[in-house]
Write a protein that binds this ligand. Structure first.
Ligand SMILES: NC(=O)c1ccc[n+]([C@@H]2O[C@H](COP(=O)([O-])OP(=O)(O)OC[C@H]3O[C@@H](n4cnc5c(N)ncnc54)[C@H](O)[C@@H]3O)[C@@H](O)[C@H]2O)c1
Length: 344
């Protein structure tokens, strides 16, 4: 079989790096596209890209999504079979301070990626959304077919817009499109703005760690190796065109399917499908490091939600995917990476 060509945006980022590594190991040719934004330590992004560059099947472009000329030229030259769009301005809290960055990267940037995807055209466009789109929903676990109309931040709203824009292009251009909703991803090479990273650093340095909602927080923590395996499997689960379904109604073959009646478009949760109490997560980090945290209990933050929990039965039905990493094991692997990387 001919080598498959995947264009991934956000390869210097946490998830894009891990996905590129997995696909390169599987024999894909990968072109990474990343603007190396300074939202967090750019050296960490450069180190990730340098590791990927050890593979002869990896090439990369450092440019912004908003730079349509460069994006278009790069995609046209690479001629991908598949695009996985992960680059974005991430982070719930930062969106309260810098909302415009989210509009530029996540809305204008995503629009540019979709324009390139339809021009090629690719066989499958896959794009990242987030559990944050479930907003103030209280019924758990969250299912893809639940209403998700109460985004609490401009981050969540920009991802809801990504989903809606993706649906429209899937409909008009018959572009097979999958949107993932990720749930709090963690693991080695993780993001410095996220809790596991901050907690580990605080415990090792003996500085206080901030614990919001007085610790009454629950998260569906998803280990990054599990997550990228889920993405890999979904690459081959191409949503069919409505006219190719032989009259079958979405959801008839796969129970709970979010397949659109009007487009080759589907939204899929990728989560661990298990809730962990934040305090248990902190206990696990303390146990791994062998030192107690100085805990600074604080009220809930604006725009945050007390709990997330994925119903992951759709990805299981589509691909057979099941997460395989218990959170204590995932925490241990992160702490080992952190100590090695920072020499602590
Ligand atoms: N990590 C999580 O827990 C999580 C949860 C839900 C959704 N997501 C989504 O998954 C995707 C990947 O997240 P991540 O955790 O790897 O984040 P990350 O910040 O580590 O990676 C994103 C990458 O995109 C690049 N980027 C940002 N804006 C850009 C722009 N305008 N042009 C070009 N490049 C740009 C950054 O330089 C960065 O390397 C994002 O779309 C994010 O919203 C992540």
């Amino acid at each position: 079989m001919a080598e498959r060509r995947v264009f991934i945006t956000g390869t210097a980022g946490f998830i894009g790096f891990h996905l590129a590594r997995l696909l390169l190991a599987e024999g894909f040719r990968v072109h990474g596209y990343d603007g190396m934004t300074d939202y967090y330590d750019v050296r960490l992004k450069q180190r990730r890209h340098a590791m990927l560059a050890q593979s002869e099947s990896f090439t990369a472009t450092e440019a912004r999504l908003e730079d349509m000329d460069t994006l278009q030229r790069t995609v046209e030259a690479f001629r991908p079979d598949i695009i996985v769009h992960l680059a974005a301005q991430a982070g719930v809290r930062y969106s309260l301070e810098q909302p415009r960055t989210y509009i530029e990267a996540n809305i204008v940037g995503t629009f540019n990626v979709m324009e390139c995807a339809r021009a090629v055209p690719v066989q499958h466009l896959l794009m990242a959304s987030t559990s944050s789109v479930y907003g103030a929903n209280e019924e758990m676990p969250f299912r893809e077919t639940d209403k998700a109309d109460t985004p609490l931040t401009i981050y969540a709203a920009s991802k809801k817009a990504t989903e809606a824009m993706g649906h429209s292009y899937a409909h008009i251009y018959g572009l097979p499109t999958t949107l993932f909703r990720f749930f709090t991803v963690y693991g080695p090479w993780g993001r410095p703005d996220m809790a596991l990273f901050k907690f580990t650093r605080g415990i090792l340095e003996g500085t206080p760690i901030d614990i919001y909602n007085h610790g009454d927080m629950w998260r569906d923590f998803t280990y990054v190796d599990d997550l990228v395996r889920g993405i890999r499997l979904l690459i081959d689960a191409v949503p069919p065109l409505p006219e190719a379904r032989g009259g079958s109604v979405p959801g008839a073959n796969v129970p709970g399917d979010s397949l659109s009646p009007a487009a080759p478009f589907r939204i899929v949760n990728i989560g661990n499908s298990d809730r962990v109490r934040l305090l248990d997560f902190v206990d696990a980090i303390e146990a791994e490091i062998g030192r107690k945290a100085i805990r600074n209990y604080l009220p809930m933050q604006a725009g945050d939600v007390p709990a997330t929990w994925a119903d992951a039965s759709l990805i299981h039905a589509l691909t057979g995917f099941r997460p395989a990493t218990p959170f204590r094991e995932g925490v241990a692997r992160f702490v080992a990476w952190y100590r090695d990387y920072y020499g602590r």
